[in-house]
Design a binder for this molecule. Structure first.
Ligand SMILES: [Zn+2]
Length: 471
């Protein structure tokens, strides 16, 4: 039953080969990069600067010039899925026969970079005025303001260049249909597909890389990225991954008409890193719009602070207190961590908070200080420049860009000097225990336990199976 590839254990002893470790490191960096990307994508969703920018752009432009944009990170994981053209055409044939109308053909258009609806209509041979009419056909049509390259739009028109129908797959579960009604008016509506979810599980042992193990276990890249995102607060997927680490996950697969269309959510997962067991389970609070991942006890997997606020190349100086300097003959301490990174690398707010300082501060150069509640504060020094959205006294969200790596002040090269203070006392950012974000409220704990118990019981069963298999 297990999906673990037995070969993983055959070459167990070549684990410490340096080349392999570099491979792990290299691939791990990809994971971290993507984890950061997906983290920022989450912030885009809550902060919505991207969609706001899109909306603003469309507000100031006419509907004819709505252009397709490069997809934001969050869309990368999107798998293409749609009703096939022959399926659609078969439906149309039936409709045309029922209505005794001449058979009509759907045309399919794939959106290209820089494309606009106006251009698509032109390619489809539809009169330009029809676009204005369509954009007034109802709220649902707003979905067409965010079309992306590689999206597919199906168009049904008549010989006179009149739009009869338009169909656009918004996501796996929803499609937009614009149709001409009995009064010859276009009306737009969103429709839902019936999606069936099936539970699946997978297990893997890491030999050379997380991705290889995921591939062998038959898990999609988007699912393994999700897994790395869930445990990324506790496990550094660049530095901490060891050969022999393993994972078990229970997840959903989405089906339509008996055909698999995509991987769904991870329901429960276990990751064993360096013999330490981490577990997470998905739970949606009754009043929440989205689900989140929690430990079986109901603590959030998310931490209130990012461990590292920058995508660094190496740690160039560590935290130290009261070290006696042999040449200068005095005590010198380094009350933060220096992360070497290329000039211009974005620096992110480690946690939700308020900007309490933004300016030049002696040898620190350009500095930002963020206060997080009454207990914590973080400092970011030697910045090349500030993000243009941050202002003194303004709130920032975790992961939000606050500035860019530089070498302002007393710095030999571009790096971020990062300090973490608890009740005004400097602590080592690399080792300070980080508070978790929003645990399940006490009054919801019973609901949490009841809903997550079945998933955790299955996870127990799976990991026990794995144990039996290993013996
Ligand atoms: Zn420093």
């Amino acid at each position: 039953m297990s999906l673990i590839n037995k070969d993983f254990r055959h070459n167990a002893e070549q684990a410490r080969h340096p080349a392999l470790r570099w491979l792990v490191f290299g691939l791990g960096s990809v994971v971290l990069g993507a984890v950061i990307a997906s983290t920022s994508a989450v912030y885009r969703k809550t902060e919505t600067p991207v969609s706001e920018a899109l909306l603003q752009q469309t507000k100031t432009s006419t509907s004819n010039s709505i252009a397709a944009r490069e997809p934001p990170q969050s869309r990368i994981a999107r798998q293409s899925f749609k009703l096939s053209l022959p399926e659609l055409q078969a439906q149309q044939q039936i409709l045309d026969e029922i209505n005794h109308s001449a058979p009509r053909q759907w045309q399919e258009f794939v959106v290209k970079s820089g494309d606009s609806l106006a251009r698509l209509f032109q390619r489809a041979g539809i009169r330009p005025q029809q676009l204005d009419e369509m954009m007034k056909s109802g709220d649902a049509v707003k979905k067409l303001r965010k079309i992306f390259p590689k999206d597919t739009i199906r168009i049904l028109s008549d010989d006179a260049g009149n739009l009869q129908a338009l169909r656009y797959e918004v996501n796996h579960q929803t499609y937009l249909l614009v149709e001409r009604d009995d009064q010859n008016r276009l009306s737009a509506a969103l429709h839902k597909y019936t999606i069936e979810t099936r539970q699946k599980y997978a297990q893997g042992v890491i030999d050379s890389s997380l991705f290889e193990a995921a591939y062998t276990a038959g898990i999609s890249d988007s699912t393994i990225m999700e897994l790395a995102g869930i445990f990324g607060w506790d496990i550094d997927f660049v530095l901490d991954i060891r050969k022999g680490d393993s994972f078990t996950l229970l997840y959903e697969e989405l089906y339509r008409n008996g055909e698999k269309i995509a991987d769904g959510n991870i329901l429960a997962a276990e990751f064993i890193n360096d013999k330490k067991v981490y577990r997470a389970v998905r739970y949606q609070k009754p009043d929440a719009k989205t689900a989140a991942y929690y430990s079986p006890e109901g603590n959030s997997m998310r931490k209130a602070f990012l461990r590292t606020p920058v995508n660094f190349t190496r740690i160039s100086s560590r935290f130290s207190t009261g070290r006696y300097h042999p040449i200068l003959h005095r005590l010198r301490s380094h009350k933060g961590v220096d992360y070497a990174a290329a000039r211009g690398t974005p620096v992110r707010a480690a946690g939700d908070g308020k900007i309490v300082y933004k300016g030049v501060k002696g040898g620190y150069g350009r500095v930002v200080i963020i206060q997080h509640g009454s207990k914590y504060s973080t400092l970011y020094a030697h910045l090349n420049s500030y993000d243009r959205h941050i202002r003194l006294g303004k709130k920032v969200k975790q992961g939000q860009n606050i500035g860019y790596v530089g070498s302002s002040g007393l710095a030999t090269g571009p790096h971020l000097h990062y300090e973490f203070r608890v009740n005004g006392v400097h602590r080592n950012p690399l080792t300070v225990p980080l508070p978790t974000a929003q645990p399940v409220d006490k009054q919801l704990l019973a609901d949490f336990m009841q809903k997550t118990r079945p998933m955790l019981a299955q996870l127990d069963l799976l990991t026990r199976t794995q144990l039996a298999f290993n013996q």
